[in-house]
Design a binder for this molecule. Structure first.
Ligand code: GTP
Length: 300
């Protein structure tokens, strides 16, 4: 059975039992998490069990109708076998229903957790990738700017090596605590991985974003942790509606390049790089109908 057909039947099965078909997450990490407990896949085996049960019932009824008892005496019990098969099919359906229901509850519980970083409780990189494309699209629709701050703790490995991993974790939590006090509720703070963090600031231009980043850097540097002074290197970038819509990865790349610059220029500082300013494609779009006409009349 090809994938589309499989999906159709699985969705149909879920609707039959009044389940919502779970939306497919777009990121590989979530895909694998969701596939491990995918109710649609299990639903298919339920359908197979019911179909097998009914096929058996039909077969026994046909044999009964054909009055085959004289040929094979054990067919005399076929009607009872038919009832038994119906009971079996019902039992299998009920069993499958409870299985799918419990799987569905597990997916509901686990699905949101797949977007959360276990140590800090912040949203993780998988969530950021999805959210950033939505936020850029929304900024484009509203004609607003959007900024991204990418920061990394300086010489964090030294803390781990000197005081141990648990101390490193405590320092990360100390930084997150201060970060959470520094941004608006509408800003999205994510742990990108290790000691790297990303903050997305909707409706924020370059200057405002740079000021926020500098305030955060100063606050962290002036609030020592239990293991001494911590500093951050910060990169920022700002997307404007005058730019073409770019992939979120390109926006993160600009902020990451700015962060790299801040590291290279001595750490504990903030650097900015503008988002890649690809011009909008209007001139090319205007040319397209003409190109089509030329192709039609054989000039190209
Ligand atoms: N304690 C702890 N350490 C982590 C965690 N995740 C990553 N790390 C460590 O964080 C360190 C990251 O070091 P880097 O960013 O490569 O380098 P750095 O020492 O911060 O130096 P610069 O970034 O160049 O200033 C590595 O030693 C990782 O093992 C975590 O969850 N807890």
């Amino acid at each position: 059975m090809n994938d589309e057909l499989r999906h159709f039947f699985s969705t149909y099965w879920c609707r039959m039992w009044a389940f919502d078909a779970e939306p497919t997450p777009s990121k590989p990490v979530h895909q694998s998490a969701a596939l491990a407990v995918d109710p649609l896949t299990r639903a298919n085996s339920g359908q197979k069990a019911i179909l097998a049960g009914f096929a058996l019932v039909m077969l026994l009824m046909l044999v009964d109708m054909a009055d085959a008892h004289n040929l094979l005496p054990w067919f005399e019990v076929s009607v009872d076998c038919g009832s038994l098969a119906i009971l079996l099919a019902v039992a299998i359906s009920v069993y499958q229903y409870t299985q799918i229901k419990s799987l569905h509850q597990q997916v509901r519980t686990l699905y949101p957790l797949s977007f959360v970083d276990a140590l800090t409780g912040l949203k993780n990189r998988g969530y950021l990738d999805d959210a950033l494309s939505r936020l850029v699209a929304s900024a484009a629709r509203q004609g607003e700017q959007l900024s991204v701050i990418f920061f990394d703790l300086d010489k964090f490995k030294l803390i781990n090596d000197t005081y141990g991993h648990a101390a490193g974790d405590a320092v990360l939590l100390h930084v997150v605590h201060l970060v959470m006090k520094s941004f608006r509720q509408s800003d999205l703070v994510c742990r990108y991985g290790g000691d790297e963090f990303v903050v997305v600031l909707p409706q924020t231009g370059h200057n405002e974003c740079f000021d926020c980043a500098e305030k955060l850097r100063e606050k962290i540097a002036s609030t020592p942790s239990a293991y001494g002074k911590i500093t951050l290197s910060i990169g920022t970038t700002t997307w404007s509606p005058t730019n073409a819509i770019i992939k979120p990865a390109a926006l993160l790349q600009s902020a990451d390049m700015a962060l790299y610059k801040a590291k290279a220029e001595g750490r504990n500082r903030t650097e900015s790089i503008p988002a890649p300013a690809r011009p909008r494609l209007r001139p090319r779009l205007r040319l397209r109908p003409r190109l089509r006409l030329r192709r039609r009349f054989g000039r190209v």
